[in-house]
Design a binder for this molecule. Structure first.
Ligand code: GRF
Length: 206
């Protein structure tokens, strides 16, 4: 099976980036991480990527007049690296249509709640405060609305036993690290189409 080239966008710690990279290295998913880009030069994940031989770049949104110009610059760098699929992994910027159209239906995001519940910046805390007994994470195809596009994988966690929102976030993160490789594996190894909001998988390898 052909190896897909992934680009990963981060703004911070990069633990999902690590889980994706490990899944590529182990052969779990037929892909390689061709480029990691951050909008912040202090993103801790950059050092990890560099140590693992992955090309990295910092493109700060502060250096561009518009969101579109920033996105265009990132798209250019990703294309230069041959990237075919883009994984948002804790990337704290909204994407413009420039980006979404450049990688149509090939931009993924992970969100730490069971969407459509609790979109936004504080998915774990909002779910905890609401009092849900089940939460989890969602990997979805990115569209122009925040935390909205077609769902590829969701993994649930039990909330009881979590003393606070931080404990819930830790529990969800364990599942995030499984969900992102699982989503990539599905999309890269099976034929699939979109039927409205639904990702419909055909027959494939796993
Ligand atoms: C994760 O909780 C992810 O769901 C959210 O941002 C966090 C990023 O964590 N979008 P990391 O940088 O991958 O460790």
């Amino acid at each position: 099976m052909a190896t897909a080239k992934l680009g990963i966008l981060i703004s911070g710690r990069g633990s999902n980036m690590q889980s994706i990279t490990r899944a590529c290295a182990s052969g779990e998913i037929p892909a390689e991480v061709a480029m990691v880009i951050s909008n912040r030069d202090d993103a801790a994940g950059l050092a990890w990527a560099a140590e693992h031989g992955i090309p990295t770049a910092v493109l700060s949104h502060k250096d561009f007049d518009t969101r579109e110009a920033h996105d265009e610059a990132i798209v250019t760098r990703l294309r230069e690296a041959g990237v075919e699929w883009v994984c948002l992994a804790g990337y704290m910027r909204l994407l413009s249509s420039v980006f979404i159209e450049a990688f149509s239906n090939r931009v993924l995001n992970i969100h730490p709640s069971l969407l459509p519940s609790f979109p936004g910046l504080h998915g774990q805390r909002d779910a905890f405060d609401y009092g849900v007994t089940v939460s989890g994470c969602t990997v979805h195809i990115v569209d122009l609305e925040l935390d909205h596009g077609p769902i590829v994988v969701q993994r649930a966690v039990q909330v009881p036993g979590c003393g606070d929102a931080g404990a819930l976030a830790d529990r969800i993160l364990v599942e995030e690290h499984r969900a992102y490789p699982e989503a990539l594996k599905r999309l890269l190894t099976r034929p699939w189409t979109l039927d409205g909001r639904r990702v419909v998988f055909g027959r494939g390898k796993s």
